[in-house]
Design a binder for this molecule. Sequence first.
Ligand code: UD1
Ligand code: CA
Length: 433
Amino acid sequence: MSTGTVAVILAAGKGTRMKSSRAKALFPLCGKPLIHYPIRAARQTGIDRVVLVVGHQAEMVMAAAEGEGVSFAVQEPQLGTGHALLCAEDALRGFTGTVFVHCVDVPLLPAELLAEMLETHRREGNAVTVLTTVLPDAGKYGRIIRGEDGRVLRITEARDATPEERLIREINAGSYCFEAPLVFELLHQITPDNDQKEYYLTDVLALANARGARVGAVIAADPGQVEGINDRAQLAEMEARLRAQICRRHLLNGVSIIDPATTYIEDDVVIGQDTVIHPSTMLHGATRIGEGCVVGPFSQLFDMTLEDGTAVISSYVERSVLRSGAKVGPYSRLRAGCDIGPGSVIGNYSELKNTRVGTNSHVHHVGYLGDTTVGDGVNIGAGTITCNYDGARKHPTVIGHDAFIGSGNLIVAPVTIGEHARVVKDREMPEEK
Ligand code: UD1
Ligand code: CA
């Protein structure tokens, strides 16, 4: 037996209007699958226990939620939102308390609104509290039908509504607080006698009223906060809105973003003060950028760590570290596992993979270094290529401190080049007597 508050997130639907082979729950919004957002809102409100109802592409949705610490209930086949919540009954057997139910396709529900729902639900002693909002055009949303005294009586889906009901502008936002175990008892009573022949969760409201249980509502003042994603156009609009919010947060924190409209920063990215982000730049994943850095224009960073005073100009870099004052670009690529030492410069048209570069070393022009360790004060000339792969295995290259590698060298690994060594073409060598 357990009490308190749990969250159930309905994510079993296909999302027909996305017109995709992929379940809606899996679509990314600012780099994270849609299912992440309601889980986050529940956690921010202090709800520890979250049950995710999965069905369409269940395996993939479960995999995408891995690491979120949720449990799963499977809905197969998908017979409607009411049936979806009923599928969580077993997972919540013995639970007494409030079940917060939210749909996966309303990602930006603020935690404050969720907290307000819980607060109202408790204060009014409701059996059901539904989140609503008022829209200028209520479209396909379920309509909130209130009695003359203003109490919520029931919800009618737009397709089942009478012409008069369809004029109602207060709509069901798709989030609810229910008391358990009552809600499961009522869910067993619902029938699929509606236009879609589905078991509607919304029918619980009329059943609760018939029982004499209290039904209440919280009206979201800003409809934008409860907007659903039903097609890719809405997803793109939501993405733009979330992206603008993230940029604004950084701007107010002292980061210069020259053109927020073309700057894409994922939610977990950290950026220090006085860093300048130039246009058409994308910062992904767990990227951390220090103070006084310059990034972009036209740079894409994935899970990068940039110490203070570094720069990444027009380059594509991933899972690597730039030590303070290091500079990459323009037009370079860092693949995973690079560590570029303080003050070092990786210049135009260079590609580095799994390569460690010491302090104040230069790889100024066109080249490839793979599985290489470069010391301090090394100069690597244009067109230097480490041939690290023999077709079967990868081999390392080591270049000692203060070595000078002239232009156009193919270094066939495994090779170790000592400190202060010079590797230059014949014509650069002093003439032999
Ligand atoms: C639902 C509401 C509607 C409300 C709208 C708000 C019902 C009957 N209608 O309509 O009143 O205005 O949300 O966005 O609930 N799902 C399952 N299993 C199913 C069906 C759906 O898990 O069998 C999940 C979906 O993955 C989705 C959510 O439930 O997360 C809502 O389903 P959807 O089909 O989008 O409902 P709407 O028609 O939008
Ligand atoms: Ca929907």
